[in-house]
Design a protein around this ligand. Structure first.
Ligand SMILES: *Cc1c(COP(=O)(O)O)cnc(C)c1O
Length: 359
């Protein structure tokens, strides 16, 4: 079968320019060529992450840093804010790391409520909170600024934020919001192949790590900080991905961040319009909908797996038939990465071509 163009919420379609950048000659990672590559990526990544802090580069998928955040930053007890597959899993991972963890659980498709975070933290005993900004499984974008304000009311509680599927597509004011750990994988809105994550640690986060035992080695944030001082990474990084990242960061800055945010918003609005005009509904409530993907509620009870299969077979586009326990009750259309209004319209036309067989 020919490989389809990806409209799943990660990995997404990769541009020829990115593939080309990744085919640059290999370089050694302990030497000036690598130091130059590493330092050339920094200023752009800092702009995208809205930070003056270093942006560390981890050769792992996002879960590596998500687990690392627990191991480096939780000493007493973590509060996991759970609203979908990824955020729920973080609670599980915290326990697997041997940490004390409690959760606020809301129903999938619902955003987290800042007031409930405040009352839970007021009970005391917590030293960290995990939040998934854009819950990719449900298409919910949580109120990051409001929740950050609440967490900042509590001294010594660190805010750990997963922006995996929103990073570079919507503004995230890392420093201004007082986010202590911001992390993202590159295979979502950054449109790179998977295998690399970026993260920013606040001064408070690094200070916490210093007194946290059993941080391990591969995801020890202090190792990243030490090596950053030498424009380097603790262990051999995925150099080809960094070469791709260097080119992607340059292309994002060339597009301009405001334009990039606007393009994602426009692409997303096209999908929303399609959802509404075709008689479907949104799985996420108004005001809390992701701008990088759309989780469509299957209110018309179409055969989602067959729909996904037919779209692929007839048009060579791959969409997603829903995640985990909401498979089939939802399907997801991604607009993240390099998509344009034209490419989104091609996808929507393909869906229109196939849909009449199913409703
Ligand atoms: C994809 C995703 C992850 C997991 O990323 P991996 O690359 O599989 O480790 C975590 N959080 C969110 C919100 C995601 O969309």
């Amino acid at each position: 079968m020919p490989k389809p163009k990806l409209f799943i919420p990660g990995p997404v379609d990769i541009s020829p320019a990115t593939y080309e950048a990744m085919c640059a000659p290999m370089i050694g990672h302990r030497g000036p060529d690598f130091e130059e590559l590493y330092s050339s990526i920094q200023p752009g990544l800092q702009q995208i992450a809205c930070t003056t802090r270093p942006v560390f580069l981890s050769t792992s998928s996002a879960w590596g840093v998500m687990e690392g955040a627990i191991r480096n930053l939780v000493q007493q007890k973590v509060l996991n804010l759970c609203c979908g597959a990824f955020s729920d899993k973080w609670f599980d991972v915290a326990q697997r790391c041997g940490k004390k963890a409690e959760k606020i659980q809301v129903e999938w498709g619902t955003p987290l409520d800042p007031d409930s975070v405040r009352s839970r933290l007021a009970e005391g005993g917590f030293d960290a909170v995990t939040l998934v900004h854009n819950e990719t499984s449900t298409g919910v974008m949580n109120p990051l600024a409001e929740i950050a304000d609440v967490v900042n009311e509590f001294d010594d509680v660190l805010l750990i934020v997963d922006s995996v599927s929103s990073f570079s597509a919507v503004p995230i004011a890392t420093d201004q919001l007082g986010i202590d750990l911001l992390l993202a994988g590159v295979q979502k809105a950054m449109a790179l192949p998977p295998g690399l994550s970026v993260f920013v640690a606040s001064e408070a986060a690094l200070a916490r790590a210093e007194s946290t035992p059993d941080r391990g080695y591969y995801f020890d944030f202090l190792e990243f900080a030490r090596n950053h001082g030498k424009n380097n990474t603790p262990s051999t990084p995925s150099i080809s991905l960094l070469q791709g990242l260097d080119a992607m960061v340059a292309s994002i800055l060339k597009e301009g961040l405001p334009n990039r945010y606007q393009r994602h918003a426009e692409n997303n609005a096209l999908v929303h319009q399609w959802v509404e005009e075709r008689g479907f509904a949104h799985f996420a409530p108004e005001g809390y909908r992701s701008r990088t993907l759309t989780a469509v509620a299957n209110n018309q009870e179409i055969d989602v797996p067959a729909f996904v299969k037919t779209v692929r077979e007839k048009h060579n586009f791959l969409i997603n038939g829903g995640y985990g326990k909401i498979k089939g009750r939802t399907f997801r259309l991604s607009n993240m990465g390099n998509e344009t209004p034209e490419s989104m319209k091609e996808l929507l036309a393909a869906l229109d071509d196939v849909l009449p067989e199913f409703v």
